[in-house]
Ligand binder design. Structure first.
Ligand SMILES: [Zn+2]
Length: 114
């Protein structure tokens, strides 16, 4: 059914929605914040200097001409080095966690106190 282009997007959207529901469910149980991050340009932007480094989908290594940073694009194949996109997603999520209105305990503070 995913090969049917009319249904494929709906099926994939439903799968991602269910996946997110499960993450939030278990995050709630284990008191771990689950933050949805806008994925746009997480592979393209340099996680070190923030400059956009355009690359095709087949380009699997991030090489920044601005700062010289080099990393795997999306998935780290040489741990402990983190992938460029993973670092961008982590930074964005942590930034979102730290922007809770004044006076409230942020999810990040709650996580650190565990
Ligand atoms: Zn850079």
């Amino acid at each position: 059914m995913v090969k049917n282009h009319h249904l494929a997007k709906s099926i994939n959207d439903a799968a991602w929605y269910k996946f997110r529901e499960w993450l939030e469910y278990f995050g709630n149980i284990y008191e771990v914040p689950v933050i949805a991050v806008e994925p746009k340009n997480t592979s393209q932007n340099c996680s070190n200097c923030g400059e956009k480094v355009s690359k095709t989908l087949s380009t699997r290594t991030h090489k920044c001409p601005h700062c010289g940073d080099q990393a795997d694009r999306d998935v780290s194949v040489a741990p402990p080095q983190e992938a460029n996109a993973a670092i961008n997603i982590l930074k964005t999520g942590l930034k979102q966690l730290s922007t809770t209105p004044a006076g409230e305990v942020t999810p990040l503070e709650r996580l650190v106190s565990v």
